[in-house]
Design a protein around this ligand. Structure first.
Ligand SMILES: CC(C)(COP(=O)(O)OP(=O)(O)OC[C@H]1O[C@@H](n2cnc3c(N)ncnc32)[C@H](O)[C@@H]1OP(=O)(O)O)[C@@H](O)C(=O)NCCC(=O)NCCS
Length: 500
């Protein structure tokens, strides 16, 4: 580097001082000649800097060069400040003076800050807090795209409705992990691999049996995944090698995907006082899942509706549980810890727990003719109606029509028009009164109930589907990692001291 320069490197004092990546001593030891110029002398040095850039340009290290002085804000765009910020996040934490801390994030988000008057004539900068991270774009992803304007959801570019209509859940899992749909041979090989890991391991079954029957089955699933992680022979005893290679993490993802149906199915069975059922090698994922749960082969129409639900639940960009998995991965923790954390986030009724809550509401209401009175009371009590509303979709969830069509086939199959009538009555009256549309949990709750799943099993079913998306995100996050560590605005007591 020193050889390419006929002048010292120039650095804006404030910018240079912010980075802990380089120190003057480190650069000097590396043979770099450096002068930090006061800002007023920078312009004088620009000629020399230009020559240095020409040298770099000639030697092919520089892709482009500016023709004239740029404003600071433009420079941030030119140097792709967001990527730079990602690269540097977690490294920089610089105290400017005794009263103010400035960070890259604060600088990058300067436009979002506002000045507030704290005393007459005295102002200070207050961050524009994005409560719940609403509307905040924290990273890029190539796994799925949610577009609320066009009401669409794409997995690796494919509309989810199209995938649900044409693909098996195994093929969609493959797509989420590998970026492409499998060929016939690839799918056959993938299915073979999945079938190898379906059986419930003895130690996992024993751990599930230790979970009290009164506990929520999500606690069982969380415990089971944790034990599978602890039993992974490749996991390593040191936190330093817990993360694993992309290949190891893909293999772990497939094993978790294959193992979850047995965990979920056994959970429901033991609550009913029934024995574990061994997997069937001759059945595909969805048919085998239903077999292990109910001990009988499901009709094609049921397998098809269930398969669609798994595909629709598989992935949804940076939702709360996926983001949890990414946060955990960002600390270089392991994939099992990320999935365990994601299960915890999914358990909540504002997220995955909503499909279960929808059934409680259906049970509470009873029948279609009771909807109006029930809704009057619920709205007067300012209750949240589970299965409606979405943080991203404000005009309807893109997955609902496909799942509603699957529910309709189940309604016809089981002859349960009463369920459809209740569904339609609550939807139409709630949308008319509040303008808030149903989300995927609204049709999936009654669909799972008609298939025969206990209400408590609904959220574990969501885990079995979403583990594909979570693990795809874990692999993506680990591949371009930056520690996820946002800032907070302190509003507690001023500094004070313990009385002595
Ligand atoms: C999903 C959810 C958490 C999104 O929340 P959000 O983007 O933060 O939106 P908010 O909670 O701020 O809602 C905005 C307004 O709509 C109302 N609202 C949103 N969803 C509602 C619901 N399901 N029932 C009643 N009112 C609802 C809120 O009360 C709020 O009204 P206000 O402005 O008068 O206070 C929210 O819609 C919800 O709690 N839904 C029920 C749970 C659910 O089905 N979750 C599954 C999501 S896939």
């Amino acid at each position: 580097m020193a050889a390419a320069l006929d002048v010292p490197i120039l650095a804006n004092m404030t910018e240079f001082g912010k980075s802990e990546l380089f120190s003057v001593d480190a650069l000097r030891d590396a043979g770099v000649r450096m002068v930090i110029w006061p800002v007023s002398l920078l312009r004088i040095a620009m000629g020399a800097a230009g020559r240095a850039l020409d040298t770099l340009n000639d030697e092919g290290h520089l892709t482009s060069k500016l023709g004239e002085m740029q404003h600071r804000a433009d420079l941030y765009e030119l140097i792709d400040y967001e990527s730079y910020n990602r690269f540097d996040s977690g490294v920089f934490n610089f105290t400017l003076d005794n009263t103010a801390k400035r960070t890259h994030d604060a600088v990058a988000e300067r436009g979002a800050q506002r000045r507030v008057e704290v005393h007459e004539g005295v102002t200070m900068t207050e961050p524009d807090i994005k409560k719940g991270l609403a509307g905040v774009v924290v990273d890029t992803t190539a796994i799925s795209k949610v577009n609320p304007e066009t009401n669409s959801l794409l997995y690796r570019g494919y509309p989810v409705q199209e995938l649900a209509d044409t693909q098996s859940f195994e093929a969609v899992a493959y797509l989420l992990w590998n970026g492409e749909l499998p060929t016939g041979d690839e799918l056959a090989a993938f299915r073979l691999e999945e079938r190898k890991h379906r059986a419930l391991a003895d130690n996992v079954k024993a751990a599930i049996d230790l979970v009290p029957l009164e506990a929520h089955p999500m606690d069982e699933v969380r415990t089971a995944v944790s034990l599978i992680g602890a039993s992974d022979p490749e996991a390593g005893g040191s936190v330093l090698d817990a993360g694993g290679s992309p290949e190891q993490n893909l293999a772990r993802s497939i094993r978790l995907f294959a193992a979850l149906p047995a965990i979920v199915a056994y959970g429901q069975r033991r609550r009913r006082g029934q024995e574990l059922i061994a997997p069937r090698d001759d059945l595909d994922y969805s048919a085998n899942f239903l077999w292990m749960t109910f001990g009988e082969e499901a009709d094609d129409v049921v397998v098809d509706a269930f398969n669609r639900s798994m595909i629709l639940y598989a992935e949804h960009s940076f939702n709360a549980s996926t983001f949890t998995a990414r946060v955990i991965t960002s600390t270089l923790s392991d994939i099992y810890s990320a999935v365990v954390g994601a299960i915890g986030a999914l358990k909540g009724p504002l997220h995955g727990g909503a499909n279960e809550a929808v059934l409680h509401i259906f049970t509470e209401i009873g029948s279609a003719d009771a909807v109006e009175a029930w809704l009057d009371k619920a709205l007067a009590e300012k209750r949240k109606i589970m299965g409606f509303g979405h943080r991203v979709y404000k005009n309807g969830d893109s997955r609902v029509p496909t799942m509603k069509a699957a529910l309709d086939t189940l309604v016809a199959h089981y002859g349960r028009e009463d369920v459809a009538a209740l569904y339609d009555a609550l939807e139409s009256q709630f949308v008319e009164r509040k303008g808030i549309h149903p989300n995927l949990d609204y049709p999936s709750g009654p669909a799972y109930s008609l298939i025969g799943f206990d209400t408590l099993t609904f959220t574990p079913l969501f885990v079995a589907a979403r583990v594909t998306g979570w693990t795809a995100h874990v692999i993506e996050q680990a591949g371009a990692n930056a520690l996820i560590r946002p800032l907070s605005h302190y509003d507690g007591p001023d500094e004070r001291h313990v009385a002595r």
